[in-house]
Design a protein around this ligand. Structure first.
Ligand code: HEM
Length: 506
């Protein structure tokens, strides 16, 4: 077995950050958790401390085969590394399984730090700048108003309803009668990536030469790679080709793809520009659907488990809307409680608890510890969002933690001294999620609209007895609630009418 041994070439006499004891051949490969890894990483941070370091190790070291993993457990260390030293911590790991075997090497979130990434990111940011917000906000209004109507008609399928047609950024227009929504394809594709990306899931990621070995064993060269590769190929082509068809028919509403394609000049670079647009459109679709849905579904879960929070939110909505109209984006500044609710959703059950791993481009030293070149660096957002000093009683869902009463006006407002979870929930540094404004606005509007018009309460069984809430979460790179039961009813006859007229406008 000697050939399995990859000795890390140490260029530094300094120690690695603290961490669990390493096996001489496999490092910590067999210790790596397959579930809720953010909790284990935080526990390791408390267990493995260094005599000259702080009481908790906010940066720990774990090794898996030839790969060094550095886990960053505190916000301060995340700021020091990902922001202040962003030139060194903005690349991505090799992701042999995802990038090479499944073929996602064109996807923005997997690209190494360089020109290809910069070009896609620039195109994305130009399109989704705050000055262009109207483009996606109109789509979001339409999506939410239609979802409300479907909730009225089929409340038990609330998870399916919110999933259907969630195209947060209008990557391409969706036809109402489409049998197999592209969102479905996006979700399957994203699931395949997230399943394959959890550090330690596939040995080929920690021993990349394994990809040359044919074997029936799942963990060596996974069977799934072939099926998942096909999903990747479809995902890259199908939505974009459909957008082109819509544009050619002349009936399409503006979309990310159509708006970008219209700006291309017909010169020799046009074909390459089209490729960049195609790939960027795909990441918008992939990165937006599952993550935003996780937040929306967590809202239903939280309202079911915390009825007093729901009541407070509805009191604020009634005060501003008077029960006479549906929420609009312009209402946001007048609804501090709903803003606090969005923050608490991001904090309580972050959709991406360990974000997307970064890569150290060069050797580095932090607080006396050695961080080697090519180390995979993980920001443990969950640990920061559940830090007891920043957020006391972190496992309780409590939007009030973000609010304070203004001494002169006596009104409730957001407390600027409490750290905004968005600083952690969307990742860090130059790779921080560029879709956060889009995500925050769709989550805000969905929450305000659903709570203004519906009550979410316990499910009732066949004997008329209330069922206690039972919400379990799926653990992966993107976390979301598993299907659960609740009762969703309009708050009043007037609310029902509002829902119907809101949807009629589209
Ligand atoms: C609640 C919803 C969302 C959450 C929690 C979320 C979270 C994240 C996280 C943690 C990352 C990795 C950041 C890092 O490397 O440090 C990321 C990357 C990314 N997100 Fe989001 N995201 C959300 C919604 C969206 C939406 C709606 C879009 C598109 C409109 C989007 C587009 C992207 C893209 C393109 C990247 C890759 C950035 C890069 O590698 O440079 N995300 N997101």
């Amino acid at each position: 077995a000697g050939f399995l041994y990859f000795k890390n070439k140490r260029r530094s006499a300094l120690p690695f950050p603290p961490g669990p004891k390493k096996h001489p051949l496999l490092g910590n490969l067999l210790d790596l958790p397959k579930k809720l890894e953010w909790e284990t990483y935080r526990r390791w941070g408390k267990e493995y401390i260094c005599s000259f370091g702080p009481p908790d190790s906010d940066v720990i070291h774990v090794s898996a085969g030839s790969v060094n993993l550095i886990i960053v457990n505190s916000f301060e260390a995340a700021t020091d590394l990902f922001d202040k030293r962003s030139a060194n911590y903005s690349s991505r790991p090799q992701f042999t399984m995802v990038r090479e075997l499944m073929g996602w090497n064109w996807l923005m979130s997997a690209l190494i730090y360089g020109d290809k990434w910069r070009e896609q990111r620039r195109l994305f940011q130009k399109h989704f700048s705050t000055t262009n917000a109207e483009l996606y906000q109109n789509t979001q209004l339409e999506y939410v108003r239609k979802a409300l109507q479907h909730l009225l008609e089929e409340p038990s399928d609330f998870m399916g309803i919110t999933r259907q047609r969630l195209d947060v950024a209008r990557v391409r227009p969706q036809h109402p009668k489409e049998k197999r929504p592209f969102v479905d394809l996006a979700q399957r594709a994203v699931h395949s990536i997230t399943e394959a990306s959890v550090p330690g899931t596939f040995w080929v990621d920690v021993m990349p030469w394994l990809k040359y070995i044919q074997s029936g064993s799942r963990r060596w060269l996974p069977e799934e790679a072939r099926v998942w590769r096909k999903l990747q190929q479809d995902f890259r082509q199908v939505p974009y080709q459909a957008a082109l068809k819509d544009m050619a028919s002349g009936k399409a509403k503006p979309s990310f793809a159509s708006e970008c394609l219209e700006t291309i000049d017909d010169n020799e670079d046009a074909q390459r520009q089209r490729e960049v647009i195609k790939d960027t459109a795909a990441i918008v679709f992939a990165a937006g659907a599952d993550t935003s849905l996780s937040g929306i579904h967590t809202l239903f879960a939280a309202m079911l488990c915390y009825p007093e929070v729901q009541k407070k939110a509805q009191e604020e909505l009634d005060r501003v809307l008077g029960g006479r109209r549906l929420p609009e984006f312009t209402d946001e500044p007048n609804m501090p409680y709903i803003s606090a609710l969005v923050k608490e959703i991001l904090r309580w059950k972050p959709a991406t608890p360990i974000g997307v791993p970064h890569l150290a481009s060069e050797d580095d030293v932090y607080n006396g510890y050695y961080i080697p070149k090519r180390a995979v660096v993980i920001g443990n957002s969950w640990a920061m969002l559940h830090d007891e000093e920043t957020y006391p009683d972190p496992s309780t869902f409590n939007p009030d933690r973000f609010l304070t009463t203004n001494k002169s006006t006596g009104k409730l407002e957001l407390d600027p001294t409490v750290r905004d979870p968005a600083l952690m929930a969307f990742g860090f540094g130059r790779r921080m999620c560029p879709g956060r404004d889009v995500a925050l606005s769709v989550i805000w509007l969905t929450m305000a609209s659903v709570l203004a018009t519906f009550n979410i309460t316990k499910a009732i069984d066949e004997n008329g007895k209330e069922l206690e809430p039972d919400v379990q979460y799926w653990s992966g790179l993107i976390v979301h609630p598993l299907p659960f039961k609740c009762t969703i009813k309009p708050r009043s006859k007037a609310a029902e009418e509002l829902v119907k007229s809101g949807a009629d406008a589209y």
